[in-house]
Design a protein around this ligand. Structure first.
Ligand code: AMP
Ligand code: ZN
Ligand code: FE
Ligand code: FE
Length: 281
């Protein structure tokens, strides 16, 4: 059987609908051999129970995260892989990120309330286990009948520059890359094709990246090609994954995009490789 690992998916620790355990089961059903759960700004999915379950069902699990950063007022997502889940600096950084998310969510709710769309903070917090953000707010806006779909919630209120948008919880991309490296991981530019401005892509590529996400969700080979070319030219690891969110994005299946065993192993051994290179044991 060909080895396939999906390196990008979300659990209900952020804005996916499946629990981390359910993601493992889904990976098994889809015939995947490897998986990385990359929740937004949290690694809470990686409990000892999950690691044990992964061993039991025979899925190789790669520690992963999708970190939010901001570059010139635009969100830039950076994936981290193969880091030490117990790294003190990273965990500290993530706690700060969650605190800033809470402040930002409150500010968004205030703006919505001013427009007659009240949402209770408690209710919002109960909608995710950990990393709460705009997708959860959008879902509640639909549930309460304020808008007809999450897309409309973003379009009219929550999108960058929208009437109820609040920025400010994100770090600089440099800081995010540094945090991943300090935790012994590899930093990968997520879904670069989302970056519409050339100048943003150029700026993003100046970062100290280890990889770039070339295979993504249902992207066609033709749309992957330019990113694979960049990966080759710049000696970056070409990574990929589905960005599966469960019921939240029903058109995308787990395993829609994936990487081979060699790529998986390179990312998994990030920590030991870095140690060898710097000689710091
Ligand atoms: P947050 O981290 O709270 O800023 O939320 C970011 C998430 O919101 C992204 O990962 C997307 O899943 C979702 N999102 C951002 N913009 C849109 C949009 N225009 N339509 C639908 N979902 C969006
Ligand atoms: Zn998401
Ligand atoms: Fe993303
Ligand atoms: Fe994602």
């Amino acid at each position: 059987m060909t080895f396939r690992a999906d390196l990008h998916c979300h659990s209900n620790c952020s804005d996916g609908s499946d629990t981390p355990m359910e993601l493992l089961e889904e990976a098994k059903r889809r015939g995947l051999q490897g998986l990385s759960i990359t929740d937004h700004d949290t690694i809470d999915a990686y409990t000892p129970e999950l690691l044990q379950k992964a061993e039991e069902v025979g899925i190789r699990l790669l520690p992963g995260i999708e970190l939010s950063s901001e570059l010139q007022g635009t969100t830039l997502h950076i994936l981290g892989y193969g880091f030490d889940l117990h790294a003190v600096s990273l965990n500290h950084f993530l706690q700060g990120m969650q605190r800033r998310r809470a402040v930002r969510n409150r500010a968004i709710l205030e703006k919505l309330s001013e427009k007659g769309m009240a949402i209770d903070e408690e209710e919002l917090l109960s909608s995710a286990h950990k990393s709460v953000g705009r997708p959860h707010i959008a879902a509640l806006m639909v549930q309460k009948g304020y808008v007809e779909s999450p897309q409309k919630a973003f379009e009219f209120y929550l999108r960058e520059g929208g009437a109820c948008y609040v920025s400010g919880f994100k770090s600089s991309p440099e800081e995010v890359v540094l945090q991943i490296h300090e935790a012994g991981g590899m930093a990968v530019l997520a879904h670069p094709h989302f970056l519409k401005k050339r100048s943003l892509i150029q700026k993003a590529l100046i970062l100290k990246l280890d990889g770039i996400e070339c295979y993504y969700a249902n992207l066609s080979a033709r749309d992957e090609a330019p990113w694979l070319k960049i990966a080759k030219e710049r000696n970056l690891i070409a990574t990929g994954g589905s960005d599966y969110h469960g019921k939240v994005k029903p058109t995308i299946q787990l395993g829609a995009s994936w990487v081979d065993e060699e790529t998986f192993n390179r990312l998994l051994s990030a920590r030991s490789r870095e140690k060898r290179e710097t000689g710091d044991g």
